[in-house]
Design a protein around this ligand. Structure first.
Ligand SMILES: [Zn+2]
Length: 354
């Protein structure tokens, strides 16, 4: 199975007192490293720090950040030059760090410019796609780090080092480190599709489309990731029409599974109410397909609803759960029609792409 985003943390409800309006800058230790960063949450149950290198250290992810002292200076993100040196030390011999406008690409020495160009191209297309639909993006605070490992074994070792339990995936975007990790072994089309999906997650979380500290519904996060899977999404010239931008695999899967609009309406309600469809192996494939169909339809046929959905979820209060009823009400407001009618329209739209 494709990696998808796996670290949407189990966001717990925190009383306002735990989240400060102007987070203090502190020095802390984590995994044997001294770091500086903003203390975003400190309660009896949870500590969250955003370090200068862009990592979000969250005790809910099993990390044990130890705060040492408060600092009387302002938060300054690590510069690209500083981060480049640090990455070279972290990955060591055999790897090079290639800087681009938005990225630091860590890859095996002598791999050339294929990956750096691919990532910059995906970034550019992502921003353009959102702009066309009325969404302004901003430059991220941190350089984007993409790590390309030479094979599955090295990739798996890196995941273990990150304490991530996943296997048989070609890539991930990890919310905590804010990095994309991937490997080049295996079927080329599958690798490329994974890169586009995970890269879309990383860009979305760094240019103001999603928030790393909000409880964004999983269907929205994965819907956006899936939108960028088709090869045409990496080049404007390949996307003349709606069919070019569509995902052939999901179209086929949707038509096979969701032809009945009554059943579709029931599944849609389930999808937008909570994240449970993503949590069992029996339903996870349907969840991705449905998330793609819903997000694609909104992006293509209801761009103002698409923009409102992303803007509002990006501004959800940090570190608070997004309750079921509010999710349902917000969705109903975005689509602005009855769910059965919406399901019938969605069904017709996807049928028209076959
Ligand atoms: Zn994903």
């Amino acid at each position: 199975m494709k990696s998808r985003l796996f670290l949407i943390v189990a966001v717990v409800f925190l009383r306002g007192s735990g989240v400060s309006a102007e987070p203090p800058l502190v020095r802390f230790q984590v995994n044997g490293h001294a770091k500086e960063g903003l203390l975003l949450v400190q309660t009896d149950h949870r500590t969250v720090l955003l370090s200068r290198d862009g990592w979000l250290h969250d005790s809910l992810d099993g990390q044990r950040p130890q705060i040492e002292t408060r600092l009387n200076s302002t938060f300054v993100a690590t510069t690209a030059a500083e981060l480049r040196s640090a990455l070279q030390v972290e990955f060591g011999r055999g790897f090079e760090v290639v800087p681009t406008q938005h990225y630091l690409v860590v890859q095996s020495e002598g791999r050339g410019h294929r990956w750096p160009r691919t990532f910059e191209g995906l970034y550019r297309e992502f921003v353009r796609f959102m702009k066309v639909r009325g969404l302004q993006t901003r430059s991220g605070r941190f350089p984007l780090v993409a790590v390309i490992l030479p094979d599955q074994a090295e990739f798996q070792r890196e995941l273990e080092r990150l304490n991530v339990q996943l296997s048989r995936v070609a890539g991930i975007y990890q919310l905590g480190s804010n990095r994309v990790y991937l490997h080049e072994q295996g079927q080329r089309d599958y690798v490329a599709e994974t890169v586009r999906h995970e890269s879309a997650h990383q860009v979305a979380y760094n240019v103001g489309i999603h928030s790393r500290v909000a409880d964004t519904p999983r269907w929205i996060v994965e819907g956006v990731g899936c939108l960028f899977e088709p090869a045409a999404m990496q080049s404007f010239h390949l996307q003349r029409g709606v069919r070019d931008r569509s995902h052939r695999g999901y179209v086929t899967q949707f038509i096979a599974n969701f032809r009945d609009p009554t059943l579709l309406a029931t599944e849609l309600l389930q999808l937008v109410s909570d994240d449970t469809l993503f949590q069992t192996s029996q339903s996870v494939d349907r969840a991705y397909c449905l998330s793609w169909a819903l997000t694609f339809y909104m992006a293509e046929r209801k761009p103002s609803a698409f923009a409102a959905m992303l803007q509002e979820t990006n501004h959800l209060p940090p570190f608070q759960t997004y309750p079921r009823l509010q999710r349902q009400n917000d969705f109903a407001r975005w689509i602005d029609q009855s769910l059965p009618q919406f399901a019938a329209d969605l069904s017709r739209f996807i049928e028209s792409l076959r």
